[in-house]
Design a binder for this molecule. Structure first.
Ligand code: 6GU
Length: 225
């Protein structure tokens, strides 16, 4: 999969993808992340990218022209499955959406700033608008990093048996069970004996039960759907 990210702050999008699973995904060729500095398509000598909003009001708006030029240039070289705008008023991100997006080949992510982007870009180009939760971030970059991580780890070949997504929280609609490692006892607390029993069927049953208990207690809303 290739993901083209349009941003005014490409520096915010370097480190998140240089480590661990995201790094491996790229090294193995499963994922290519390309960031594009929107200012490179800015207008005039000052490379202007934002302007006051019509109708008045505080806050700058990212202009349509630089975004349009950038998107058109990308579209002239690649066919995109989705052009996604990261915005607090978008569809709420979740595991189901990550699963769906992981089936795509080429994506554009647009990171907004200030008051947002000119509505005409949303109307003309954007095919999907995503929010990562009900709170406001200073810009779309951190949301884009979250989105890319959640998608990238699902690409075929990225995870191995040890890091498999199959048992992640949310992957089957419920939370993950508790996990333990050595020693068998510490802080006066012992590992649940069933995990030391070697009885695989009982262990799986125990994990299922703990997952269900935890979900019922912490996120009953997940059990409703
Ligand atoms: Cl995608 N962008 C911004 N700026 N804030 C957010 C968000 C996105 N998702 C939640 N809050």
């Amino acid at each position: 999969m290739t993901i083209d990210i349009i941003t005014l702050l490409p520096e915010l999008l370097t480190s998140p993808f240089q480590h661990s699973i995201m790094q491996r995904a790229q090294q193995k060729g499963h994922l290519e992340i390309r960031t594009h500095q929107l200012r490179d398509w800015g207008i005039g000598k000052s490379r202007q990218v934002d302007d006051y909003q019509y109708g008045g009001g505080a806050g700058m708006v990212i202009m349509a022209e630089p975004l349009s030029k950038c998107i058109e240039e990308l579209k002239s070289k690649t066919t995109y499955d989705e052009i996604i705008f990261l915005t607090p008023d978008g569809e709420r991100h979740n595991q189901g959406l990550a699963n769906r997006l992981s089936l795509n080949k080429n994506l554009i992510l647009i990171c907004g700033h200030y008051k947002g982007i000119d509505q005409r870009i949303r109307d003309h180009y954007v095919t999907l608008e995503i929010s990562i939760g009900d709170y406001v971030l200073s810009g779309g970059e951190l949301a884009a990093a979250v989105l890319v991580d959640s998608i990238g780890r699902l690409l075929p070949g990225v995870l191995n048996d040890e890091t498999s997504a199959l048992f992640d929280s949310f992957q089957d609609g419920i939370l993950a069970p508790p996990v333990y490692t050595r020693p068998a006892e510490i802080l006066g607390r012992a590992v649940p004996p069933v995990l030391l029993s070697g009885h695989d069927k009982k262990i799986q049953e125990w994990r299922q039960e703990k997952s269900y208990e935890s979900t019922k207690q912490r996120r009953p809303d997940l059990l409703d759907s």
